[in-house]
Design a protein around this ligand. Structure first.
Ligand SMILES: Nc1ncnc2c1ncn2[C@@H]1O[C@H](COP(=O)(O)OP(=O)(O)OP(=O)(O)O)[C@@H](O)[C@H]1O
Length: 645
């Protein structure tokens, strides 16, 4: 009986432990001070003082939620020494640690016991040595892992490939070696393994990542690298023992196959010659190695050629449109500021896949004349006749605004629609915010971010006046569809698509359909674009990737809800991206923009700002004197020139 009693009480004890785990009862401030002690150079942490509180007294680099520490942003503080992981373990609310760009060295600390971490940023230090393959197994909730710019070596830990929520993985500029584990997590949006010593074939399923994610690894091949893998030759099998009759059968079979092969070759050469004769003479031998192989296939082109050749040649699409090429359905130029080109020029260009968006795939093509373009191939379009498509393109082609990227050209066939844009080397806002931690990211200080927000609002307002007949004048406003010029002026792309894709595709592919009213009541209006504008504003301010962008509902941050709660609690300051250079004089402006972002993301379209009001408020931050600005923006004046002020 006594034994049963003892057993029983110990079971209760374990259940008690499970429900109320024994935690080190030190407070967050004690834990942080213990952590500070482990650093050798912590002068930057002067605000971490005994007798003050991390959340209420705004200790540098400490992020709080409801008085609980959830994040440490300790980048660029000249820290070195050890990182006391026991102290970190006492911070029960801790979800994210950043010690990027400091002087920590030695093996990476044993963060394994911090199983609740969501973000681990250790880039740009001097960590070295191998990481055990199962290191990340106990940290299944990790979303963001940044280890780039260290001296880490050995194989990439395979446990990283099993992190099912992983969104960002940066291992570039280390000395990792060996093969790449298969990273096939659909949540992974930002990924870089460049400049290591990795080798072998890039696993299949990773072709969605651009070439840049793998460059600088001389031993890698396959994927988008454009370097084929040499398959090891099969070891020669020992000669089977055969009798004379078997030998004869094999000889005859070989002879027969050779005859068949030879005949096929002759037929093939004949067919190829016929086809080349009928194609534009500009389409040379190298086509099969270049654009055509990665984009529209030649078989399709052949059939299209028949269609266009027989009366469907490109019709004039209004003022400024041109016809190029002969014999094949060709490109219609709608903007020849950058020079003229035809389908043949595109087909000869060296091409690279940029991405497979929900609307279709995009390719970067470098043409012989030096112009680099992006070709967007629309996956599925509405049953739109050529005249109607030409009409839409003429309308889109006539747009002229410093914050709107107008296509250069398009190509129409019943089963193939291509839009061609000028390539913007700086890339997208999404890449700059979440993918690139280099100089461009560092330059995203507050004045630059404000300039980007203003440009986006101006571009959107312009589209709303010029395409006012559309329910969704933009329809797909998100950070990957905002490109940046070298001067950080934003350029909106992928607008106006709702008019020429099918409604099913629109509801699956366009971000505007994620606004609450569209999701709940299928109620589409220009206010859906305003919701997207709000999302982008909050994304720029917080540096967080909005979960609303993802289709599977997993990953990302519900920034709308997050910001809403912060405003209620008067904790707007806690929301700002810690990577924004800290300058107190900006805080007021940042808070105002945060409120505008929140007003644009109101659930109810009636309560939400309309686009004119949103622009008016954003403009009001620059100069409340100039009441004429909004009017100029809406009329599409060359307003963007004043952005740099
Ligand atoms: N003109 C351009 N210059 C440089 N990068 C571009 C250009 N157009 C698109 N991109 C980039 O190419 C990638 C693929 O673009 P794509 O439009 O196919 O997909 P997406 O924007 O992710 O999704 P969606 O299809 O919903 O627009 C994106 O990262 C995008 O920012």
């Amino acid at each position: 009986m006594a034994i049963i009693h003892v057993l029983g009480s110990s079971i209760y004890f374990y259940i008690f432990l499970l429900i109320f785990p024994i935690t080190n009862s030190i407070s967050d401030s004690e834990a942080l001070l213990k952590l500070k002690e482990s650093f050798t150079n912590s002068t930057a942490l002067d605000s971490w003082k005994l007798g003050t509180e991390p959340c209420t007294d705004h200790w540098i680099g400490v992020r709080c939620d409801n008085g609980v520490v959830w994040g440490l942003r300790l980048g660029h503080l000249g820290l070195s020494g050890k990182i006391d992981v026991d102290a970190l373990g006492s911070l029960s609310g801790l979800r994210s640690i950043s010690v990027m760009s400091n002087a920590f060295s030695g093996p990476i600390p044993d963060f394994r016991r911090l199983g609740i971490l969501r973000g681990l940023y250790l880039s740009m230090n001097q960590f070295s040595g191998e990481i055990p393959s199962d290191y990340f197994t106990s940290m299944g909730g990790l979303r963001k892992v940044w280890l780039s710019g260290n001296g880490l070596s050995g194989p990439i830990p395979s446990s990283l490939a099993h992190l099912t929520h992983l969104m960002e993985l940066h291992l570039e500029n280390n000395q990792f070696s060996g093969a790449i584990p298969p990273f096939d997590q659909p949540s992974l949006v930002s990924f870089n393994l460049s400049n290591n010593n990795l080798e072998g074939e890039i696993p299949s399923g990773m072709s969605r990542f651009s070439q840049n994610a793998f460059t600088g690894n001389p031993g890698l091949c396959g994927g988008n690298l454009g370097k084929a893998c040499d398959r090891p030759a099969k070891p020669p099998a020992g000669p089977p023992k055969m009798d004379g009759a078997q030998m004869k059968i094999i000889m005859w079979a070989l002879l027969a196959s050779l005859v068949v092969l030879f005949s096929l070759m002759i037929v093939g050469i004949f067919v190829l010659k016929r086809r080349q004769e009928s194609l534009d003479p500009l389409v040379g031998d190298d086509v099969s190695r270049s654009f055509s192989t990665t984009s529209f296939d030649k078989k399709n082109l052949g059939s299209g050629q028949a269609g266009f050749g027989s009366g469907h040649r490109t019709a004039s699409s209004g003022k400024g449109s041109r016809k190029y090429g002969k014999g094949v359905g060709d490109i219609v130029m709608i903007n020849d500021d950058k020079g003229e080109f035809g389908l043949a020029d595109l087909m000869k260009a060296a091409a690279e896949v940029l991405g497979n968006g929900a609307l279709g795939s995009s390719y970067k093509a470098m043409m012989a004349n030096g112009l680099t373009v992006v070709v967007k191939r629309i996956k599925e379009s509405a049953k739109m006749g050529k005249d109607q498509f030409d009409g839409e393109m003429t309308r889109i082609g006539s747009l002229k605004h410093n914050n709107v990227l107008t296509p250069l050209a398009y190509h129409y066939r019943k089963d193939e629609k291509l839009l061609v844009y000028e390539y913007q080397p700086k890339g997208s806002l999404q890449y700059l915010l979440h993918g690139d931690r280099g100089i461009s990211h560092a330059q995203l200080n507050w004045p630059t971010r404000l300039k980007i927000i203003q440009g986006i609002a101006r571009g959107l307002a312009y589209l709303h006046t010029q395409l006012s007949s559309l329910d969704l004048p933009h329809g797909n406003l998100k950070s990957s569809n905002i490109l940046l010029t070298p001067d950080y002026d934003p350029l909106l792309v992928d607008y106006g698509f709702s008019s020429f894709i099918s409604s099913t595709q629109a509801s699956q592919a366009l971000i505007a359909y994620k606004s609450p009213e569209a999701t709940l009541d299928h109620d589409i209006s220009p206010k859906c674009d305003v919701y997207c504008l709000g999302l982008v504003i909050l994304e720029i301010l917080t540096g967080k990737f909005p979960c609303q962008y993802l289709n599977n509902g997993e990953g990302g941050t519900d920034i709308v809800q997050w910001v809403r709660s912060a405003i209620v609690e008067g904790k707007e300051v806690d929301m700002f991206d810690p990577d924004i250079e800290c300058n107190k004089s900006f805080i007021g402006e940042m808070e105002q923009i945060l409120h505008i972002g929140a007003a644009c993301t109101e659930n109810s379209p009636d309560k939400r700002l309309d686009v004119t009001e949103a622009v008016r408020r954003i403009e009001g931050l620059v100069s409340s004197q100039d009441d004429t600005k909004t009017i100029q923006v809406l009329s599409g004046d060359a307003y963007g020139d004043r952005l740099g002020q």
